[in-house]
Design a protein around this ligand. Structure first.
Ligand code: PEP
Length: 249
């Protein structure tokens, strides 16, 4: 059986000003002591990446929340993976459901962004997940399977690719799937990864995301093929995020 080192990742979304970098310093300071069994990552807004890297001082990883597919060019307001890397990031989230919904990002666009991340030497965290309607109509595995087939980058490996399963209806709502439902989807993703990425898929990390809190982290992280968490709201304070990451003492 492959041993997979877990990843506890925080996604700050459009939250955080300069003062919030103190939370990153606190997370970095405590991470080795309280979450030594996992890699720890915070993805702040792009404006804070450089300051976050200074505060982290290599003790935790810092990532971007999105990247453009191209390395440079006339794309006002966008940020390339190369620019994230230059600012000190080592990961980029791509295909978050908020990007897919707010910016109409298709699987094809997400794949191009993920390939941009790999080209720049970043690890891509590719997000997938069904809406409430899709779950209610029994389409969860079909939707997630299509997103994986359409969004995973060519050249994805265990060392440069992470998949995050985030049911859209669980993000920021306080709702979570049952543990059996999480297991079903994560086991399905594992099988798909093994098929799509021969020789690599068995070791790619699969994160669960959607209303992970200190109170439910241990049970969610214990589910088969859950190799860590992607955390939104509860990653904004060191106290809550460490309450989750410390599952991996
Ligand atoms: C997310 O946005 O990736 C997320 C999982 O958010 P939350 O933890 O707030 O549900």
């Amino acid at each position: 059986m492959t041993t997979i080192r877990p990843l506890a990742a925080g996604n700050w979304k459009m939250n955080g000003l300069t003062a919030s970098v103190a939370e990153i310093a606190a997370i970095a300071e405590a991470a080795a002591r309280e979450a030594g069994g996992a890699d720890v990552l915070i993805c702040p807004p792009a404006t804070l990446i450089s300051a976050a890297c200074s505060a982290a001082a290599g003790r935790i990883a810092i990532g971007g929340q999105d990247c453009h597919a191209r390395a440079s060019g006339a794309h006002t307001g966008d940020i390339s993976a190369e620019q994230l890397k230059d600012a000190g990031a080592s990961f980029a989230i791509v295909g978050h459901s908020e990007r897919r919904a707010d910016h109409g990002e298709s699987d094809e666009v997400v794949r191009a962004k993920a390939e941009g991340a790999l080209r720049a030497g970043l690890t891509a965290i590719v997000c997938v997940g069904e809406t409430h309607l899709q779950r209610e109509s029994g389409q969860t595995l079909a939707v997630v399977g299509a997103q994986l087939a359409g969004s995973l980058p060519h050249g994805g490996k265990a060392t440069n690719l992470v998949v995050a399963y985030e049911p859209v209806w669980a993000i920021g709502t306080g709702l979570t799937p049952t543990l059996a439902d999480v297991a079903e989807v994560h086991n399905f993703i594992r099988h798909e990864l093994i098929d799509l990425l021969p020789g690599e898929g068995a070791a790619v990390r699969i994160l669960y995301g959607g209303s992970v809190k200190p109170a439910n982290a241990a049970e969610l992280m214990a589910v088969e093929n859950v190799n860590g968490a992607l955390v939104g709201g509860a990653s904004l304070t060191a106290k809550d995020f460490l309450g989750i990451a410390s599952v991996y003492k």
